[in-house]
Ligand binder design. Structure first.
Ligand code: GMT
Length: 379
């Protein structure tokens, strides 16, 4: 198949899933055309069967807001025509589904069929999409999609309840490449890598990875770490960047623990960093799935997370991670210390996480579900 994929190219889960899906589909022999305003950040290097088409958004003094959605629709229609695309797959409904709908209509006028699939990821439904200025058009574009998928049951139910969408929504969970996201081959090499990256080997390493938006509660990660570091020698690695970074940095200084916290900023090769952690912290106010927790599980790193949104579908509380109420910093810190000091339990959780990732969430299991979905749609 020739498939056009549109996603946000910036640091965020939906862009990661879209990019990894494109890479996996290309490896299966499909031709993939990414259409976006800049190259998705995880699309590094030249992959066979993958093409990237930039969307130029021209400005004009009259426009206070250059209409990206229109430029995207034009480019989608052009790419679909020039490269004979079979379908478009858009990730994150706003505004991608609306642009795809327009592209489909433009091509229909010249007798060409261009079905499109919308994959719902999270804040397109739970936050941004609920804004009155976007809700009616988002609902319409989802309803008009030729196929709709959601990355968790939670998100599917939210879409039905809050948007009144009546078209069927198929749940296809997020996935991870279990070969790439894997534990370090042995403890010696893990400790060596820790020394290289963090100049520490013996201390416990806690990690947090996000786009540092308020919903991720990165400040809670710092507060949890402060309590953990009080009880046991530990370091915190923060990967990513965003609006809440400066508050997190300020708090680290305020609590006198800044020397133990590594702000690594945005990192591309996350699969090399995650296996260095002992625990991942995901204290989010909301997650429709929690992709980073899955990537950590595949690397044998248990997550201390919040019992929100789709997280309980991914993390089996007590088995592959530990779940708490959002904001319950004390409980998360206490659990982290107990787990770090209980090696048999920590090891059991590490093994169970990897096992779950391999059994349920490997790219080799999930990507074929998308392929079957496309095939059904194309008839
Ligand atoms: O969480 C973000 O701010 C990024 C957002 C996105 O759309 O890029 O993430 C959402 O999609 C991810 C991939 O499917 C999910 O793992 C995240 O849970 C989801 N975020 C939220 O629901 C807040």
């Amino acid at each position: 198949m020739r498939i056009g994929i549109t996603c946000y190219p910036t640091y965020g889960g939906s862009g990661v899933v879209a990019t990894e899906l494109g890479i996996e589909l290309a490896a299966l022999g499909h031709e993939i055309h990414f259409i976006s305003y800049s190259q998705p950040f995880r699309l590094t290097g030249r992959n066979e069967g993958i093409f990237y088409h930039e969307v130029p958004v021209s400005s004009y003094p009259l426009f206070e807001f250059p209409p990206y959605d229109l430029a995207l629709a034009s480019r989608m229609a052009e790419v679909a025509e020039y490269y004979a695309l079979d379908l478009l797959h858009v990730h994150y409904a706003i505004p991608h589904s609306v642009s795809a709908l327009l592209a489909r209509q433009m091509l229909a006028a010249s007798g060409r069929r261009l079905p499109f699939v919308t994959t719902l990821h999270g804040t397109d439904i739970t936050l941004v999409g609920l804004d009155r200025s976007y809700l009616p058009i988002t609902r319409y574009a989802i309803q008009e999609s030729d196929g709709v998928t959601s990355i968790s049951h939670y998100l599917k139910e939210k879409t039905v309840a809050d948007f009144g969408v009546t078209r069927p929504i198929e749940v296809i969970s997020n996935f991870v490449n279990c070969d790439l996201y894997a534990p370090a081959p042995d403890e010696v090499r893990r400790q060596e890598a820790r020394k290289r990256w963090l100049s520490c080997a013996e201390e416990a390493v806690l990690m947090h990875l996000s786009n540092f938006r308020p919903v991720k509660r990165v400040v809670d990660a710092v507060r949890i770490f402060a309590r953990v570091a009080h009880a046991t020698p530990a370091q915190l690695v923060l990967i990513g960047d965003g609006p809440d970074r400066s508050e997190a940095e300020w708090l680290a200084h305020e609590l006198g623990i800044h020397a133990r916290i590594h702000f690594l900023g945005k990192q591309g090769r996350v699969h090399e960093l995650l296996p260095l952690a002992d625990l991942l912290l995901m204290p989010s106010a909301l997650e429709s799935f929690g992709l980073v927790a899955l990537e950590a599980m595949a690397c044998k790193v248990p997550t201390i997370a919040t019992r929100v949104g789709g997280v309980p579908e991914l993390i089996d509380d007590g088995q592959t991670g530990l779940l708490f109420d959002a904001g319950d910093v004390d409980a998360m810190a206490k659990a982290a210390v107990e787990l770090l000091n209980d090696k048999p339990r920590l090891n059991a959780m590490r093994e169970a996480g990897r096992h779950t990732a391999q059994k349920r969430y490997c790219a080799t299991l999930v990507v074929p579900q998308y392929v079957r979905f496309y095939e059904r749609l194309l008839g």
